[in-house]
Write a protein that binds this ligand. Sequence first.
Ligand code: WQD
Length: 340
Amino acid sequence: MKKTVLVSGGAGFIGSHVTVELIEAGYDVVIADNFSNCDLTNYNGACAITGRKLPLVEMDFCDPEAVEKLFSDYKIDAVIHFAAFKAVGESVWEPLKYYRNNVESFINLLETAERHGGCNVLFSSSATVYGEPEELPVTEKSPRQPATSPYGNTKQICEDMLRDTVKAKPVIKGIALRYFNPIGAHPSALIGELPRGVPNNLVPFITQTAIGKRECLSIFGNDYPTEDGTCLRDYIDVVDLAKAHVYAVRRMLEGKMKEDYEIFNVGTGRPVSVLELVKTFEKVNGVKLNWKYAPRRAGDVTAIWADPTIANKELGWKAERTVEETLAAAWAWEKRVAEM
Ligand code: WQD
């Protein structure tokens, strides 16, 4: 019997890539999304790549009745929970919007899953929980630091909710994947990142500047204590990241978890500076980028990258694509968006 995976936020950037990888790995998928931060582009792209009309439920996880109906209508073997707001800056100005959406939706999901006899729950967490790390690279055992934004705090709270629920309710199993910096797009250029308004994140800002939508990229800070003075991050290809979810879901469904709640870092283990990323983008794609140094951005950590050993060993997963391949895919996607 084919297993069914519910993907909340499945029409978004990461959710659509995960949907494609799940279908390719032989799972059935139900996408649930409220389209609060995306349109149908990635859903349609995922259907085109997989050659299927993927089941789609338009709903909000903050609505407990809608979640109940979803679990009644489908037999769900595992859930991957992406549905959340993710703009760090906005979360500072609108904290309650973030707490309500990100935390309440997850409570509804866990309560409903338990009522329906339990579920395997994969939570989309973030390396932001490590804050400014004392030791690099960070392992899953590295201490979490107090969150510097409500967004980051919602990730910590949801991790804790999952851990505590798993402990109390044996019918729920949980995995939290801590993503480093997901970038890039599917090699088909049919799905990718589609930020609304001015992008907050580096790579969409780079591609939009290269295509002429933005005048100039600001590199935030060149006085950090790193080799070239710019920040270091672990940029993980979104297709590699998506594959990690398939391995994690399989581990849960095949009963291979060593503990009922597990955490994995999903990164490459390779630090790349902002300046290096910009230069690599220019080189790989043969484009000249208009950029300048600007003051540091509030809240940025100097450096963070993953020790992905546990994910490599336990999930049997490893990041495969090079930064060059990923930046070429990001550019191909931006060019396609320009034609839409
Ligand atoms: C990367 C680097 C910037 C934009 C955030 C969230 C995290 C996660 C991913 C979200 C930094 C620099 C950026 C620009 C720049 N989750 N930069 N000019 O901050 O590492 O992580 O996104 O969904 O939780 O915190 O990612 O892409 O914003 O920045 O110089 O225009 O690029 O200063 O060093 P970040 P980012």
